[in-house]
Ligand binder design. Structure first.
Ligand code: PHE
Length: 378
């Protein structure tokens, strides 16, 4: 049972009123109950240890300290999360399939960029925002509906770029890349990295930084030169700025060798006791891995079917016992009906599961898939 009133970032939220009374609400209990957990504010937790190590980099690299925020309420308005950072009205990230809505005007922030505009308006010119963010998504070892981001913003004045002889945008983009390459070295030592051009509604140009780790290129952050419109709206006509947003779980999985994102939520002391304040990059020693159990489910989909909706049901029934949901078969018959087969992996990080328990979970999943997703089980 979860408390009926939560206090998050100084804001009190009546759980019943917020979650249950609005038909546009798509926040399940499993997600709502994560509000206020604040893994990023625990100095002994990998996410908190990483946050502190990044703080240390910014404190030692800049004489002018960045303002730090790690307690801003994750329940924000649609305006804060999307409009204020210029996300187009028809952008997929606004859909009920991708974002958790508390009501039609209120969401669980899907990125820490939700706080950029307000902090700029309040006169902050260089700041870091760390917090829990929420996204409806698939289920596997690197995806969880709640994760943590750190946002960084730095505003420049004409005096900064004028002596450099290059235009403001190039100057700021160059500074941004140097800052983040320095951060990657601070965290990882020497690593191979590369920049990829990309698109975000709130920056232009926009980049992603990838680092080479365990034989793969891993995307660790998005960033770019802030759209002038955002600065203009906050009264900063003559300035240029950069912004970045990095995924703390992604970085922490690599730094601490944590194989599954669910472990960050574990209260098992075989996990929690392995980390301590200030110790970045201590390698996690897995306690014996219990075997996964696989169950397949096949059904004829309807037009409204989405994988995110299926995953929400699986998480609702199995919670953190759900390790992976994978589409293993997909075909359309002569009548134009499409069938999907998903393989669900159930596994506990902490104990072995009984057949009975898993059969019960799968039975519940099947019932809910049939009743809520308007599909026909095969
Ligand atoms: N908000 C972006 C995301 O969540 C990351 C980002 C932040 C990109 C700031 C550019 C600037 O993917």
């Amino acid at each position: 049972p979860v408390a009926s009133v939560l206090e998050v970032g100084g804001v009190k939220i009546g759980r019943e009123d917020v979650v249950r009374d609005d038909p546009t609400n798509n926040v399940p209990d499993t997600v709502f109950s994560k509000l206020g957990m604040q893994l990023h504010r625990r100095d002994q937790h990998p996410i908190g240890i990483l946050k502190n190590a990044i703080y240390e980099y910014f404190d030692t690299s800049y004489s002018n300290k960045f303002d730090k925020f790690d307690n801003l309420c994750p329940i924000v308005t649609v305006k804060q999360n999307f409009d204020d950072v210029l996300v187009p009205a028809d952008h997929v990230s606004r859909s009920y399939n991708d974002t958790y809505y508390v009501d039609s005007q209120t969401v669980l922030r899907c990125h820490t960029s939700a706080h950029q505009a307000e902090l700029l308006r309040n006169g902050h010119t260089h700041f870091l925002v760390t917090g829990d963010v929420y996204r409806r998504d698939s289920i596997d070892s690197t995806h969880y509906p709640v994760f943590h981001q750190m946002e960084g913003v730095r505003v420049f004045s004409p005096a900064d770029w004028e002596i450099s002889g290059v235009d403001a945008t190039s100057y700021v983009a160059e500074d941004l890349k140097k800052c983040l390459e320095g951060l990657a070295r601070h965290l990882f030592g020497s690593v191979e990295m590369r920049w990829i051009d990309t698109y975000f509604p709130f920056t232009n140009p926009s980049f992603e930084l990838e680092i080479y780790f365990q034989e793969k290129w891993l995307e660790v952050l998005g960033c770019g030169v802030t759209e002038q419109e955002i600065l203009k709206r906050s009264g900063k006509m003559d300035n240029v700025a950069w912004a970045f947003g990095l995924g703390l779980e992604r970085l922490a999985m690599v730094l601490f060798d944590i194989p599954d994102i669910r472990l960050f939520w574990s209260t098992d002391e075989r996990f929690t006791s392995q980390f301590s304040d200030g110790e970045l990059g201590v390698k996690f020693k897995p306690f014996s891995k219990y075997p996964p159990c696989y169950k397949d489910i096949s059904f004829w989909i309807s037009e409204a079917f989405t994988e995110n909706n299926l995953c929400e049901i699986v998480r609702g029934v199995a919670g953190d016992l759900a390790e992976e949901v994978q589409l293993i078969d997909n075909f359309t018959n002569k009548k134009g009906m499409t069938s999907h087969c998903y393989r669900i992996a159930y596994r506990s990080m902490e104990r072995s599961l009984t057949d009975e328990e898993i059969n019960e979970l799968q039975w519940n999943v099947r019932n809910q898939v049939e009743s809520k997703l308007k599909v026909v089980l095969r």
